[in-house]
Structures are given as C-alpha cells and as structure tokens.
Design a protein around this ligand. Structure first.
Ligand SMILES: Nc1ncnc2c1ncn2[C@@H]1O[C@H](COP(=O)(O)OP(=O)(O)OP(=O)(O)O)[C@@H](O)[C@H]1O
Ligand SMILES: Nc1ccn([C@H]2C[C@H](O)[C@@H](COP(=O)(O)O)O2)c(=O)n1
Length: 233
C-alpha cells in the first residue's frame, strides 16, 4: 500500500507589461493544473474604482494614502470564475472601464496602497491548497520572491496594441496607434515608480509571446511547472 504524501502548494508568479497575455495565460494554466488564480491588477483597479467613486483626488498621493485602508477588497481565485468585490459589490465590469484604466497607475504607485494590497496577496497565496498562479507586475520581485516558478511575459508594443484594440468595443474602442500610446504611458508609469516597479526578477524565465499563439504560451508555462515539480521529487 502506498502512503499518500502531501505535496506542498506550488506558487507560480507571472509578471509583465500590459497586453502580454498574463491574464489569459494564468487563468488557463491554473485550470490545467488545478491551481487557484489571482489577478493582482484587478485588486489595484478595485482600489482605484473606490477612490474615484468616493471623490478622492488621485493626483494627491497623501489623499489616496489617507483612505487606502477603507475599502474591503475580496478576490475569488477560481480560474473558471474569478471574482472581485469592493465592500460586497461586484466590480468586475466597472474596473475594466477607461476611467479606472487611466487612473490605476497613479493609485498603484502610492506606497501605502501597495503595502495593503501586497499583504492581501500574500495572505491569499499562503492559503492556496494545491497551488496558485499569481499575475501582476511585481509578484516575482516583491510580493512572492520565493515563488517556485517565475515567468516574465513580453511582446512587442505593436503586437500588444493590436491584441488590446481587438478586444475593445463601443465607447472604449480606440485605434491601434492610440491604444499603443496609452499602453506605453501605463508601462512607463508602472516601470518608473519608486515603490515596487514593474520589473523582471533575476531568476524569472522571460517568454516573448509576440510570435506565439496563446496555446503555445500556456504549454510553455505548464512545461516549466512540471519540470519544477519533477526537480523537487
Ligand atoms: N499569445 C497570444 N496570442 C494572441 N493573442 C493573445 C495572446 N495572449 C493573449 N492574447 C490576447 O491579448 C489580449 C490581452 O491579453 P491579456 O488580457 O491576457 O493580457 P495581460 O498581460 O493580462 O494584460 P493587462 O496587464 O493589461 O491586464 C487578450 O485579448 C488575449 O486574448
Ligand atoms: N502586481 C501589480 C499588478 C498591477 N499593478 C497596477 C499597474 C497596472 O497598470 C494596473 C492594472 O493592471 P492590469 O489589470 O492591467 O494587469 O495595476 C501593479 O502595480 N502591480
């Protein structure tokens, strides 16, 4: 009779700039592996949604910092139905709107905001049963530096803009050039901030997704996770 050996949860960190495929890849990898999935960008967006709705001047870091502990942000980690609520309200749709997208880099640059959200992220990861795929900008460098697998996704600016503008519709739609400019502004703000900027961890595997299909990127990440699991047995 074989004795069951409890496996330790596997932590996977997936970072990279906007539109490189972090969310699509992370969700699919989590589904394939049976892990949870955490979209940390959604948490910064939820905080930003609350600030805008409560009339906080997001250009004033002290004003943002003073109330950052007020909203209660809860993330559901089922990759097939990820959820995000603020004070019990489902904000999964409004956090994707242009107002939040344009304001989120300013709010997420405030150190007090980052400290609160980082603590929340670590707590969620610590409670993952089989494992969790956590996607963001500073997961491998700051939030979970001890992650078992670290991936840094990239893609050319033109490819990212084309992907993004293909999914925007109605009032949110913009031309590829305008979308590329908006992505570049957000990347510059996210990479240039003092507190925990967007960066590749030294031990992360960089995957350029420009010429890869989504299934190829997913396969690549699953292969890295399997290799890591084998090396630990
Ligand atoms: N390898 C790929 N090939 C083609 N399209 C892709 C690929 N990866 C992702 N996409 C598409 O590109 C768009 C952006 O992907 P996704 O939302 O996963 O990126 P992201 O890095 O999470 O962006 P953000 O940080 O802004 O949330 C989506 O429409 C997605 O379907
Ligand atoms: N770990 C993270 C995740 C996200 N952010 C900030 C920076 C992004 O512009 C914004 C929205 O993220 P997205 O939904 O586009 O992935 O949130 C961060 O600072 N750190």
């Amino acid at each position: 009779m074989r004795t069951a050996v409890a496996e330790t949860p596997v932590i996977v960190a997936i970072d990279g700039p906007s539109g490189t495929g972090k969310s699509s890849t992370s969700k699919a990898v989590a589904e394939r592996t049976g892990f949870g999935y955490l979209d940390t960008g959604a948490q910064y967006r939820a905080m930003t949604w609350w600030m805008l709705g409560n009339g906080v001047d997001i250009a004033d870091p002290a004003a943002v910092a003073a109330v950052a502990d007020k909203p209660v942000i809860v993330s559901g980690t089922d990759p097939m139905a990820p959820t995000i609520t603020v004070d019990g309200t489902d904000v999964s749709l409004p956090i994707r709107g242009r107002a939040v997208t344009e304001a989120v880099s300013a709010v997420s640059a405030v150190p007090e905001v980052r400290a609160l959200i980082t603590e929340l992220q670590r707590s969620i990861a610590a409670h993952a049963e089989a494992g969790i795929v956590v996607e963001g900008r500073d997961i491998g460098t700051t939030v979970l530096p001890g992650a078992d697998v670290k991936i840094f996704l990239t893609a050319s600016p033109a490819v990212r803009a084309a992907r993004r503008s293909a999914e925007l519709t109605g009032q949110e739609a913009a031309g590829v050039a305008a979308t590329q400019a908006a992505l570049a502004r957000r990347d510059a703000a996210d990479s240039g901030r003092k507190a925990s900027p967007l960066a590749k961890a030294d031990d992360a595997v960089e995957v350029d997704t420009s010429e890869l299909t989504l299934p190829q990127v997913i396969e690549c990440v699953v292969t890295l996770i399997e290799a890591r699991k084998r090396s630990e047995r």
